[in-house]
Design a protein around this ligand. Structure first.
Ligand SMILES: Cc1cc2nc3c(=O)[nH]c(=O)nc-3n(C[C@H](O)[C@H](O)[C@H](O)COP(=O)(O)OP(=O)(O)OC[C@H]3O[C@@H](n4cnc5c(N)ncnc54)[C@H](O)[C@@H]3O)c2cc1C
Length: 444
């Protein structure tokens, strides 16, 4: 399965690690978060090595729809209520600055990555009440929000929340340029981290500081990310030719769609569900019907799936990995908004690692306790994990190598999936998504 970005962008291959090395900072994972963090650390004069199990950009960053926006679904009204006005304001500010930082970087280094400024819209075909609440909260928090009654979507809406000054790009063209001056060892899998030693299948790298930018952290203890994060899967279809919709769109109703154009085509996104809880009907067939109805002259080119890490309070975990490991850092839990969040992480971690504080540290701290904001998801996640673990001890179960949960077969994505933490495996048993790190023994 390849995305439009993977088929259109060739990132030069890098060598694997040979033997042991020493460096100031090791970053595990060469996705958007890892590469950007390495880039800013290098700008601070820090010696960095990135270790990548597969290829640069081959993880979820290669499958994203790549909207660069601080409009993260209906988040501002929710955060204002759950974590308070000041934390919600800082969340929004960090992400809006991140959106602007992409524009500055791309201009400064003349990066050719199909970067386009676009407004972002959250639309509803059912009701405008929640949109109006979101506009009010977002505006009060200083976000560039307004309410509009009409959009360029090919169907009527009750209204939309518009954020101005947002953008979209080809993420792999961007990563290709930004990573060009960074030492990355590809096909070098980190097996274990012991204190300051990062042990890979090709050698050991000794580092003063270590950053986990591996999407879902694969070390269970300390950190306990398995108890506070799950994954959600969505489906993407590429159609063309489709006229420019003059914006990036996300529906807030149940079973709504996401839209963005790229190079005369349309990327249609659909279907958010917990990984390991496959939907009742084939999401690709549903998307095909919608595409035929809305864009009847368009042809279907490619389709793919992607998944992302969801935290208990909807805020990413960015900062020190655990109170017991002050030299380990983490950037995860981007909740399907990893373009702006990777930039937030890169800016924050490069400051923290060089001994500076940022105004956003407490809001994104992995050690925070937003009890009110986390209670519901904590209970749901706990229940799903207990179910998956107890099903895992039943005879005949296909078990996940991460913690032993029973894997579920997703017939639409043709993968084995873990309903507890979201690991994924191809039909052959080959690992396709963490936190599990090993493939399955061969499955028929
Ligand atoms: C359908 C969908 C659409 C999305 N669209 C958007 C969007 O429009 N805008 C937006 O902002 N966000 C979007 N997202 C979210 C975004 O794509 C992700 O949040 C982001 O790509 C995550 O980046 P990352 O660097 O954390 O992870 P990744 O890109 O997955 O990078 C992690 C890397 O770590 C490597 N790795 C893992 N384990 C090891 C190990 N043991 N040793 C060495 N390397 C290892 C992996 O191989 C991988 O390359 C979307 C998500 C989905 C599901």
């Amino acid at each position: 399965m390849k995305s439009i970005w993977m088929d259109s962008t060739l990132i030069p291959r890098r060598n694997s690690l040979t033997g042991n090395k020493r460096t100031e900072v090791v970053i595990i994972g060469a996705g958007m978060a890892g590469i950007l963090t390495a880039f800013y650390l290098q700008r601070h004069g820090v010696h960095v090595v990135v270790l990548e199990a597969n290829r640069i950009g081959s993880g979820q960053s290669g499958f994203t729809t790549a909207k660069i926006t601080s409009q993260h679904n209906l988040i501002y009204h929710k955060l204002e209520k759950s974590v308070g006005k000041e934390s919600a304001r800082l969340y929004g500010k960090a992400n809006q600055l991140a959106v602007e930082e992409y524009g500055k970087l791309i201009k400064r280094y003349s990066i050719q990555c199909h970067y386009e400024k676009k407004d972002a819209y959250l639309y509803s075909v059912q009701e405008s009440k929640k949109l109006l609440e979101e506009v009010q909260s977002a505006k009060e928090l200083g976000m560039p929000a307004s309410f509009v009654r009409e959009t360029k979507l090919p169907f009527p809406v009750c209204g939309a929340v518009r954020f101005t000054g947002q953008a979209q790009f080809n993420p792999l063209e961007f990563i290709k340029e930004i990573s060009s001056g960074i030492t990355v060892y590809e096909r070098t899998k980190v097996l274990k981290v012991q204190g300051h030693d990062v042990i890979t299948d090709r050698g050991v790298v000794k580092a003063e500081k270590i950053v986990f930018a591996s999407h879902y952290p694969f070390v269970n203890v300390p950190g306990f990310y398995f108890a506070k994060m799950y994954q959600e899967k969505s489906y993407v279809m590429e159609l063309g030719p489709v006229e420019d919709l003059e914006g990036m769109y996300l529906g807030v109703d149940k079973k709504a769609y996401s839209f963005r154009n790229y190079d005369g085509k349309l990327l249609l996104g659909f279907g958010s569900h917990r990984t390991g809880k496959a939907p009742d009907t084939d999401p690709f067939i549903t998307m095909r019907h919608t595409a035929e109805h809305l864009f009847h002259q368009a042809e279907e080119f490619r389709s793919w799936t992607a998944q992302d890490c969801m935290t208990l309070d909807s805020i990413p975990y960015i900062g020190t990995f655990s109170a017991f490991r002050p030299d380990w850092y983490v950037a995860t839990g981007f909740g399907k908004w990893g373009m702006s969040s990777s930039m937030v992480a890169a800016k924050m971690l490069s400051m923290q690692i060089t001994g500076k504080r940022t105004p956003y540290d407490a809001v994104f701290s992995p050690q925070r306790h937003h009890i009110k904001a986390s209670a519901l998801r904590f209970a749901e996640h706990g229940l799903e994990s207990v179910k998956g673990l107890s099903a895992g001890v039943k005879p005949g179960a296909v078990n996940c190598p991460h913690m032993g949960c029973r894997l579920i077969w997703n017939q639409y994505d043709k993968r084995w999936e873990c309903p507890c933490h979201g690991s994924g495996f191809e039909i052959s048993g080959k690992i396709s998504a963490g936190p599990a790190q090993q493939s399955l023994p061969f499955i028929d």
